[in-house]
Design a protein around this ligand. Structure first.
Ligand code: FMN
Length: 383
């Protein structure tokens, strides 16, 4: 039953996802790296800022639109790339593209997707971005970029914080590797957690089971899902790579995974149109800074030169407003929409977006700010 009427906030979607998903899949979505310090701090950092409203103002018409790296958005939000989405819900990447289109925003299709660049393009009109891992090296990546270009993807997000996959301890405990593999014997100890969720299991089976990854074609074959971790360890994306990526990609390039002013300047010098201040939702190097805490430093360093986007820890529209006040052009939503997607597919993503956009509009009115363009640090103070 798709009972979305009782979903009030993103935490409700998280609970619904936890109910529907087997523990290994929910752990993959919800968890972070190592001790999950950064995962927690990303969320907590929003509590360190409180609002300074301008009361007794009346606002007739709100302005929430923004052009980000050439893409028109009705709200300054982008659906972040979430690898392996299709393990969470059948057709997940298609659902994300459709939901983004329906609400006038955009979706960044991940390299690690169960649906191809072309399938996702065909499923929804509207702007799409593509997220790049250089898995398979130049020989595999250049054709993929050509496919994305031909299909009309507008912006390339180049993820630079994944020299190897982070240490996700929940995934080890829950046997994710074994469950993705082919040996039934090795799966056996972990199967009860999967069998306890027959609804998920049935939909997963009808969607074809573990998908291969059609956007990573190595030696003529799509990569198998279980081979990604090893392939990633061999696929660190470097500043040198940016040169041939630039040559292969005519549109805007946004470097995703910047946490210091130094790297931000380097991205600007390398010719990127933008960056995402991101720690991968606390899933890569643990004990790096919460993204909100480094956003001001990075905006001060490069905000005049390139577009500074932000992600990490956003669970409410008020969080989006805080990031904008601190200088972000727009935010990427990660788990905030992925919980909805995992619980209810497209309807859940739409619910997440509607919750967040209603939050944004209400918060602007309560702040006395008629437009997202009016937001700046004067609307915030330290808690
Ligand atoms: C389950 C999951 C899978 C992810 N997969 C990718 C990926 O394939 N590529 C990528 O660049 N980022 C990936 N990310 C990071 C997100 O794009 C984004 O940076 C992060 O989720 C933002 O933090 P938040 O979830 O707290 O909003 C993933 C995040 C999650 C939660």
């Amino acid at each position: 039953m798709r009972d979305l009427s009782r979903i009030i906030d993103i935490e409700d979607l998280r609970r619904a996802a936890r109910r529907r998903l087997p523990r290994p899949i929910f752990g993959y979505l919800d968890g972070g790296a190592e001790a999950e310090i950064t995962l927690r701090e990303n969320v907590r950092a929003f509590e360190e800022w409180i609002f300074r409203p301008r009361n007794a103002s009346h606002i007739d018409r709100l302005q929430t639109r923004r052009r980000v790296c050439g893409t028109e958005l009705t709200f300054p939000m982008v659906l972040a790339p979430i690898g392996y989405s299709r393990l969470m819900y059948p057709g997940a990447e298609i659902a994300a593209a459709r939901a983004a289109r329906a609400r006038g925003i955009t979706y960044a299709l991940p390299t690690i997707a169960g649906h191809s660049i072309e399938e996702v393009r065909a499923a929804a009109e509207g702007p799409l971005w593509y997220q790049l891992y250089t898995i398979g090296g130049r020989a595999a990546v250049e054709p993929a970029l050509e496919r994305a270009r031909k299909a009309g993807y507008e912006v390339l997000l180049v993820t630079i914080d994944t020299a190897v996959a982070g240490m996700r301890e929940r995934d080890l405990r829950n046997g994710n590797k074994q469950l993705l593999g082919k040996s039934l014997w090795k799966k056996l100890p972990y199967l009860p957690s999967v069998l306890a969720h027959p609804g998920w299991l049935w939909s997963f089976w009808r969607d074809g089971g573990v998908p291969s990854l059609p956007n990573i074609v190595v030696e003529g074959k799509p990569l198998e899902a279980m081979d990604v971790t090893a392939a990633l360890a061999d696929a660190a994306t470097t500043w040198d790579d940016l040169r041939w990526i630039r040559a292969a990609w005519p549109g805007p390039i946004v470097m995703k995974g910047v946490l210091t002013a130094e790297d931000a300047r380097r991205a600007a010098d390398a010719g990127a149109e933008g960056i995402v201040v991101s720690n991968h939702g606390g899933r890569q190097l643990d004990s790096v800074a919460a993204t909100l805490r480094v956003l001001p430093e990075i905006v001060a360093a490069v905000g005049e030169k390139i577009e500074v986007l932000f992600d990490g820890g956003i669970r409410r529209g008020g969080d989006v407003i805080k990031a904008l006040c601190l200088g972000a052009r727009a935010v990427l939503l990660g788990r905030a929409y992925a919980y909805g997607m995992a619980a209810f597919g497209e309807a859940g993503i739409l619910r997440a977006l509607d919750i967040l956009s209603a939050d944004i509009e209400r918060t602007l009115k309560l702040l006395g700010a008629p437009s997202i363009d009016a937001l700046d640090g004067s609307f915030l103070q330290r808690a």
